[in-house]
Design a protein around this ligand. Structure first.
Ligand SMILES: NC(=O)c1ccc[n+]([C@@H]2O[C@H](COP(=O)([O-])OP(=O)(O)OC[C@H]3O[C@@H](n4cnc5c(N)ncnc54)[C@H](O)[C@@H]3O)[C@@H](O)[C@H]2O)c1
Length: 384
């Protein structure tokens, strides 16, 4: 069986997502396991070139991970015909321009979400990709979370009966940086002018999660907030945080399911995980976190008693059963990378094209519109 090399220009790999999820847990892990196996038994070995503003920094990163190539010259990297894929995990604001340059250079592209900071730019990039007939994809990592894969399993098995509602809680406290610990997220996330804001960041995730697991999103009502108006950046400088840092959004889905997602960087966690989804159906309910999923069927549903005169006698957490682990769940970013590589090299099916990224940006933009106009907004079908 042959092993083929796949040259990948990787941009933004010094960042949180680029480094941890895409470089270390995906590409480096795939190289260590001996590549990606194709349907015909051949293997594909990713051969990345790390690109970044600071030549020394990307060179050191490459050395640390046993990667031979790095450069600060993106144009030169895009000109190399043997690197056929471009990947981007740099800031949201830069994405559409970077993708455009890479598509024009004839590369297949794969990128983080959101695919642009406006719907207009997202559509333009997706159209360009289609017209150049290059393979393309966007990260949809939440679909690969073990917790949500278990929800899908339950749904496919008919566990929920008629699905009624989905309530999701996402978030944790992001330090302001003005006392003790430094902020654990980049400062651009909190600045409008730099492509920040939790609505743009998270509603593109909720779009594909809702569309794929619970019903196509038909309408959105979103209230954003900037709870913390001033933060301290990476250099210790105080800045005005003018982007939304929390979003309280409701969605109407095809089939009548009602979803509500709270997304916040200003919330302290008292729940099973950093994101949880509770799904209620006529025949059963489930609550999924990142990895675990607990269920309560209609026959296990207790009869609680409302009595404020005595402390609660029931432990509601004990009334749920854990969905057993039946398979080993690999890192979701890695699974999606392997799928994309197979799609590029062997033309295998792929469900995460840029059009899905366009839908995500569409929902974020309509969420912002709903907030600005204080009303429900329909989500029209989008075609490229
Ligand atoms: N899929 C997910 O769950 C998920 C989670 C977090 C972030 N993201 C997305 O990943 C992307 C990166 O987010 P992050 O949190 O890793 O950000 P980050 O700030 O940690 O990383 C940004 C990267 O872009 C580079 N960069 C910044 N400004 C630049 C400039 N002017 N010129 C060249 N390079 C520049 C940085 O060096 C770094 O490599 C964002 O689009 C974000 O929406 C996705």
């Amino acid at each position: 069986m042959a092993t083929h090399k796949l040259g990948i220009v990787m941009y933004g790999v010094t960042g949180r997502m680029g480094l941890n999820q895409h470089l270390v847990r995906s590409i480096v892990a795939i190289r260590k396991q001996g590549g990606v196996v194709l349907p015909n038994g051949d293997r594909v070995m990713p051969d990345p070139i790390l690109v970044g503003r600071n030549a020394d920094k990307v060179a050191a990163l490459a050395r640390e991970h046993g990667i031979e190539r790095s450069t600060a010259d993106l144009d030169a990297a895009l000109k190399n015909p043997s690197d056929t894929v471009f990947f981007d995990a740099a800031t949201t604001q830069m994405r559409a321009d970077l993708l455009t340059r890479a598509i024009e250079a004839g590369k297949h592209i794969y990128c983080e979400k959101p695919i642009a900071d406006s719907l207009e730019k997202a559509v333009a990039v997706a159209k360009l990709a289609n017209s150049r007939k290059i393979k393309n994809g966007v990260v949809q990592d939440k679909l690969f979370l073990p917790g949500l894969r278990k929800i899908k399993e339950l749904r496919d098995a008919g566990f929920f009966g008629r699905m009624l509602s989905v309530r999701g809680e996402f978030g944790y406290w992001v330090y302001e940086g003005d006392w003790g610990p430094p902020a654990q997220r980049p400062s651009w996330n909190y600045k409008k002018a730099e492509g920040g804001g939790i609505i743009l960041d998270m509603l593109c995730h909720w779009r594909y999660v809702l569309d794929n697991l619970f019903g196509k999103v038909q309408a959105v009502s979103c209230l954003g907030a900037t709870h913390i108006p001033s933060r301290v950046d990476e250099a210790g400088k105080t800045y005005k945080a003018d982007a939304d840092d929390a979003a309280y959004a409701s969605f109407q889905l095809e089939g009548g399911v009602i979803a509500h997602m709270n997304s916040s960087w200003c919330v302290r966690v008292r729940r099973d995980d950093l994101v949880t989804f509770q799904v209620d159906g006529t025949h059963g309910s489930a609550v999924a976190g990142l990895t675990r999923c607990l269920t309560q069927s209609r026959e296990d549903t207790p009869r609680p008693v409302w009595n404020p005169d005595v402390p609660q006698t029931m432990n509601f957490y004990d009334q749920w059963k854990e969905v057993p682990e039946k398979i080993t769940y690999e890192n979701g970013f890695k699974i999606q990378w392997e799928d994309f590589i197979r799609h590029v090299v062997a033309g295998t099916p792929w469900h995460h094209g840029l059009i899905e990224g366009v839908k995500g940006v569409q929902l974020a933009e309509l969420g912002l519109k709903s907030w600005a106009e204080r009303r429900w907004v329909d989500v029209p079908e989008i075609k490229i």
